[in-house]
Structures are given as C-alpha cells and as structure tokens.
Design a protein around this ligand. Sequence first.
Ligand code: DAH
Length: 338
Amino acid sequence: MKEKLEQLKKEFDKAIGNSVKKEDIEQIRVAFLGKKGALTSIMKEMRDFSLEKKKEVGQMVNAMKSYIEESVFEYHKNIDEKEIATRLNKEWVDISWPAYPAQGTVHPVSTVRKELEDLFTSMGFEILDGPEMENEYNNFMALNIPEDHPARDTQDTFWLKNGMLLRTHTSPVQIRGMEKRKPPFKFIAPGKTYRNEATDASHEHTFHQIEGMVVDRDISVANLIYTLKAIISNIFGREVEVRLRPSYFPFVEPGFELDFRCQICSGKGCSVCKQSGWIEYLGCGMIHPNVLKNGGIDTDEFQGFAFGGGIERLVMMKYGIDDIRHFHSGDLRFLKQF
Ligand code: DAH
C-alpha cells in the first residue's frame, strides 16, 4: 500500500509539474481526489483491512490527500500571480512622461473665483469652505431669520428629505467661521448656492456667491467701501466707482446694496444696466449684534462688516455675457471662448 501511495505521489507531481493552465490543475485534482479518482479508489480498498491496518494506511492516505490539496492550491496561486505579472507588464505606464497638453479650458466662473480669492488673500483674508447641504440653523436662524420671517420668502429653498437644505446663500459660512475663530479675523467664503427659482436670463437655480466677513475693533462702513471698491476695481483692471444704497438684510444693521458703475456703457446707460448707469451688485452692511452673539463674539469690544453677492453677475459683466443660463449649459461653443 505504501508503494502504491508513493507511486501515486510521483504521478501527481509529474502531472501537476507539467500543467500550465488552471483547467489542467482542475483536471488533475479530479483525477486524484474526485469520486472516481486514484486516491479515492485506494480508500475504497481499505474497506477490507483490519482495524489496525486501517489506522496505519488511513494516516498515510490522509497525508497524501492534504499534500494534493495544498499543491493544487499553491499551483493555482502561482498561475494567478503569473497572470497579474503579465497584465502589469502589458499595462505598464511610464508616469514620468509629460502629460498631453490640456484639452479643456478653465470655466469663466472658476477664473473669476480664483481672481477674487487671490485678491482677497493679498489683503489678508482667509478662504473658508462650507457644506452645500446645510442645516436650518446656520442658513437662517443664526443669521437672525427666524421661521416666520418674511425674508425667507426671498430665498426659495430646496428642502431635503433629511430635514437639511441646500444652502440658499454663502452666509451660513459666517456662522461656521465665527464659531471656530477668535476676533480679530477676516475671511471670504466662495462657493455654490441653490434656489428653487424659475430660471431666466438673470436667474439660475444653481449659482455661485462669495461671502466676506471682517470682525475687529473700530470697524466702520468706510472699511467696507474701501475693501469692496478695491476688489471690484482690480477685477476690471481700472478704477470703478461704487455707491451704497440703504437696504434690508436681517443679518446686518445698517444694511446696504452696493452698486458699481456699469462697465459696458461707462455709466451712460445701456440695456445691461437698464439705462441706469449702475449695476446692482451685492448685499452688505455692519454685522447685526445678534449674529455676532450667535457666533460667540463679545459685541462690546468687536464689530464688523459682511458682504455677499453672486459671482456670475461679475463674470457676465467682465466678459459681456448676456444670459446666466450659459454657465451650466455645458455648451462647448460657449465654453471654448474662454
Ligand atoms: N446672503 C444675502 C443673499 O444671498 C446677501 C448678503 C447680504 C450677504 C448682506 C451678506 C450681507 O453678508 O451682509 O441675498
């Protein structure tokens, strides 16, 4: 019996040594361990053995069985590894090669956003990011807009099933920013905003805003005007006249709307500025004490200004684009011009 098993081992080693494919290995496994396999028939012969012999031969047969199973496993693994190595060899990429010249172009909103970021950082502002899915507290409550406040009507909101909302403005980043810093500080927060609005040439459901917040001692409206005038003039590459008009936003007091001279007609009046010579640009004002308090700021010592406005409006004016819906159209004829 021992010789028989040794002979079987030799046959198995030879067969498996010659196998190159997984199917070959499987055939060999069946030939030895299958129902009609060589080792199985030896086991059948054991039926007539004495108990003692059964025990002795049984051990040898079991050892042989494990040997075959382990070899089969090892051979399978070797083939897998060889296959992976061949594939890696074939699909090898030289990552040190220079990339192909870029095929796309930078979106005009991204260009202006980057310009704004560079300008504000050169004036010492930090750039903050906030989530587009916001909670009601940051988007409304903490900004002095309680549940029944009419200001909510002006910001048609996309409410989500989980009770959150898509931020209707970048102002919630004011709250997030204040919570994590100690004054004095100044930051901007550019990003996407959403409103459930009927779209037309100047309204989109998805657009970009830039928010700004400065908190320090002795801050006044003069600081606000100086900062915004400098930024807008830099964007257009020439000195641009600005003006403030009183306006109402629950999170500032006093609140203003900032207009700048129409850069299409230089203030003479055209269809873009609706013959007024001015472009209504953004909302701003001195931060309401309630908002500062919600951000944990001592209002006896600190005050500040804030502003927020759409980025697309600026891009449209800078490049003479007449319809805000172009930005998300994905129309290559539009995009390739930039
Ligand atoms: N969040 C306002 C809006 O989307 C704009 C705004 C107005 C932002 C006044 C401000 C501000 O920071 O002070 O209509």
